[in-house]
Design a binder for this molecule. Structure first.
Ligand code: HXC
Length: 258
């Protein structure tokens, strides 16, 4: 039996880890990988036992981009029919926090995949980039948009127009990487963070994620209105009552997700 190209593990209570597993191809994202990531994320979003998801690859590569061999000879209509935007949307719209744990290469579609996540934890020797221009295309999984929103026009242009690869430290300093850790600690650190998030009241976590993401596409006024509605809504939750009572009574809260 062949090993699946995407694996799902449960490294801790409330935490799921989705691992891209095509080591011989530097985890290049063929359609099977894309479909499986989307399918697993959809299932994990509906699984009440999962509160936070870690998406990772292996020590050499998070993902080296779209599978060039699979798309080298296809035409525009096949490209359209692949429906990759729809698949990536599944990840970007996952209501639960998704942490990208990046070691090695996060190039092209791999960098774009990391950018659909909410937090990026990278190893010190990780390499990022949008090298598509070098093979006659452009980023097609959100790179021109998400990189620009993350690091600003002039840094994004510098990398999208040259295809140059940049290191994890530069990515961190630009604001693309949330945390930089020794290579060997990436997965452990991501799981630890996911565990901490999984212990928090899930309704508050989901509302916080939604407010940040929806607000990014809206005016400040609209974003603030969304935030206000979300905090008001949380005052109907049992977890808000429990969280505040526990603080006042100087005890550990017990959250139920209600
Ligand atoms: C298909 C890939 C691949 C890819 C690596 N491989 N990246 N196969 N698609 N994106 C394969 C190689 O062909 C090789 O297969 C094996 O993985 C090992 O790769 P090497 O190049 O020998 O490894 P290394 O010297 O360590 O270099 C790693 C690398 C390099 C720097 C990541 O492989 C590389 O530059 N890859 C392409 C990166 C890239 O251009 N990404 C953007 C893709 S376009 P064999 O069979 O020879 O062992 C994209 C657009 C998205 O992402 C748009 C979506 C709509």
């Amino acid at each position: 039996m062949t090993t699946p190209v995407v694996l799902v593990e449960r490294p801790a209570e409330g935490v799921a880890l989705v691992r891209i597993n095509r080591p011989d191809a530097r985890n290049a994202l063929n359609m099977e990988v894309r479909r499986l990531i989307a399918q697993h994320l959809t299932e994990l979003a509906d699984d009440a036992g999962v509160r936070c998801i870690v998406l990772t690859g292996n020590e050499k590569s998070f993902a080296a981009g779209a599978d060039i061999k699979e798309m080298a000879n296809i035409g525009s209509i096949e490209m359209l029919q692949r429906g990759t935007l729809k698949l990536w949307r599944t990840i970007a719209s996952c209501p639960k926090p998704v942490i990208a744990a990046v070691n090695g290469f996060a190039l092209g579609g791999g960098c774009e995949l990391a950018m659909t996540c909410d937090i990026i934890i990278a190893g010190e020797s990780a390499k990022f980039g949008q090298p598509e221009v070098k093979i006659g295309i452009i980023p097609g999984g959100g790179g021109t948009q998400r990189l620009t929103r993350a690091v600003g026009k002039f840094k994004a242009m510098r990398y999208v127009l040259t295809g140059d690869i940049f290191g994890a430290r530069e990515a961190y300093e630009m604001g693309l990487v949330s945390e930089l850790v020794p290579d060997a600690d990436v997965e452990k650190h991501a799981i630890e963070m996911a565990k901490r998030i999984a212990e928090l009241p899930p309704l508050a976590v989901e509302q916080a994620k939604e407010a940040v993401l929806r607000g990014m596409d809206a005016s400040l006024e609209t974003g603030l209105a969304l935030e206000t509605k979300a905090i008001q809504l949380l005052f109907s939750s049992e977890d808000q009552k429990e969280g505040m009572a526990a603080f006042i009574e100087k005890r550990k809260p017990v959250f139920k997700g209600r």
